[in-house]
Design a binder for this molecule. Structure first.
Ligand code: ADP
Ligand code: ADP
Length: 229
């Protein structure tokens, strides 16, 4: 299992506006590490650098001890599964949405991923409950169920690294708790970076990094951070 480290990473999208300022943190192999902070702090930017949508100005990002600038983009991205905040689904079956873009998965593999994400009973349903052939019918998936489809799609890739980018932010708090417990289960043996703007969302993380304006300003467990406040 690969760990992830950011070492003194500086970055901006435009050269006259720096976003990350010499940022360092570590997600040891198999751990769950959280990044919390207000909107605009640079959390999603960290995810984009890890996935190599952009390269840092300075510093290094390592996966499994290796600078990601030195590995092929394909092998890097193969190792990372992203669960985004909002999931846009095709109006085709849940099964189709889970398998989309994956390399001809077997029916058993798709069913296993669906089961792990607790969406298996919906596998033949249409996300929008609408079939253009026969007119309206069936179930319309809720926001939480859609996130379960996204989780299943990510699990089908079986990535050793999970990036949860505000994966529950768009949900009501009850649904958020349900999805969090699923995410906790599926991330158990993976290196996980969980991005959130609320501390309560990632209370179970092994380590929480609090971000502000492109810097990590505090680190600790949930209990430690609450005690300091
Ligand atoms: P967070 O995820 O913590 O809300 P982001 O990483 O999305 O923060 O954004 C950090 C800063 O980078 C913000 O000021 C935002 O406006 C800016 N930013 C984000 N994406 C881009 C982009 N593609 N081009 C230019 N600036 C961007
Ligand atoms: P695959 O590469 O096999 O499709 P993923 O589903 O994990 O596996 O692919 C990465 C995903 O990252 C894309 O499907 C896309 O939805 C998502 N993505 C694209 N741009 C961004 C972004 N700026 N931030 C976070 N996630 C993104």
């Amino acid at each position: 299992r690969p760990g992830v480290t950011f070492e003194n990473v500086s970055f901006g999208y435009d050269k006259d506006r720096q976003i990350l300022h010499g940022l360092s943190f570590e997600a040891p192999a198999g751990s769950t590490v959280a990044l919390v902070g207000p909107s605009g702090a640079g959390k999603s930017t960290i995810g984009r650098l890890l996935f190599r949508f952009y390269d840092p100005w300075e510093g290094r990002i390592c996966v499994d001890g290796q600078d990601i600038a030195l590995v092929t983009q394909h092998s890097l991205r193969q190792q990372i599964g992203i669960v985004p905040q909002d999931t846009v689904l095709f109006n085709d079956t849940v099964r189709y949405n889970i398998a989309y873009g994956r390399d001809d998965p077997s029916d058993d593999q798709v069913r296993q991923a669906a089961e792990d994400a607790s969406i298996l009973p919906f596998i033949q349903e249409l996300p929008k409950g609408f079939d253009t052939e026969v007119g309206e019918r069936g179930l319309k998936l809720s926001g939480g169920e859609k996130q379960r489809v996204a989780i299943a799609r990510t699990l089908l890739k079986d990535p050793p690294i999970l990036l949860l980018d505000e994966a529950t932010s768009a949900l009501d708090s009850r649904t958020e708790q349900d999805i969090m417990s699923t995410l906790k289960r599926v991330s158990a043996d993976r290196t996980t970076i969980a991005i959130a703007h609320r501390l309560s969302t990632i209370a179970d993380a092994d380590l929480i990094n609090v971000m502000e304006s492109g810097r990590i300003v505090e680190q600790g467990s949930h209990v430690e951070l609450l005690r300091r406040d």
